[in-house]
Ligand binder design. Structure first.
Ligand SMILES: [Zn+2]
Length: 195
């Protein structure tokens, strides 16, 4: 969240009346700025409404990190154990099993020799942003916003702290939509889940 006048961060401040505002941090840090300020409640309500108006009906995709090599290695180990166990059977086809074991072991050596590759997949959740938002905590909502909003800036208002928000002084720019390669165009937007 930034000041639309100087592009420096806004910080949260308590007024003597107990209300919370976001204020430009410049003056308290020795920089020049005419100073933007906005009521926290009003801004948060506006951001929620604006965000959901833009993406509420779209499906949420989550980033899921996978290590495909680790999965493949575990599968090879399982196959090796299975083939080795079969060898002990009375009617085992030893020639066939031994050539299979040889192949599996070569594959295991190959997998072990390369560094595990981290792949981030976009996985559809089957739920829209509006649905996800409704069931999220404040912390999760902040994570959703952080993953999808590129710029949120507030310019100085005529009277600081008047509600509702004068939309002319608030700018919200979304990050570009990211979709899995196999998704139909326009069906979703990815967000990274809070750790
Ligand atoms: Zn400023």
């Amino acid at each position: 969240m930034t000041c639309g006048e100087c592009n420096r961060p806004l910080y949260i401040s308590h007024s003597s009346r107990g209300t919370l505002s976001y204020r430009c941090s410049s003056r308290s840090n020795g920089y020049e700025c005419i100073g933007a300020a906005i009521l926290a409640d009003a801004l948060e309500a506006w951001v929620t409404e604006e965000f959901l108006a833009r993406v509420g009906t779209l499906e949420v995709f989550e980033h899921v990190e996978v290590l495909p090599d680790v999965v493949a290695l575990a599968e090879v180990e399982t196959a090796i154990s299975a083939a080795a166990a079969k060898m002990a059977d009375d009617d085992a086809d030893e020639v066939q099993l031994s050539s299979r074991l040889k192949l599996l072991k070569a594959r295991r050596t190959e997998l072990k020799s390369r560094p595990a590759e981290r792949v981030v997949k976009l996985v559809p959740t089957g739920r829209t942003f509006a649905e996800t938002w409704k069931d999220s905590t404040d912390e999760q909502r902040n994570a959703i916003l952080a993953a999808n909003v590129d710029i949120l800036s507030v310019r100085k208002g005529k009277r600081a702290g008047t509600a509702p928000v004068d939309t002319g002084r608030v700018t919200l720019v979304m990050k570009p939509m990211r979709l899995p390669e196999d998704a139909a165009p326009g069906v979703g937007r990815a967000y990274v889940e809070a750790a």
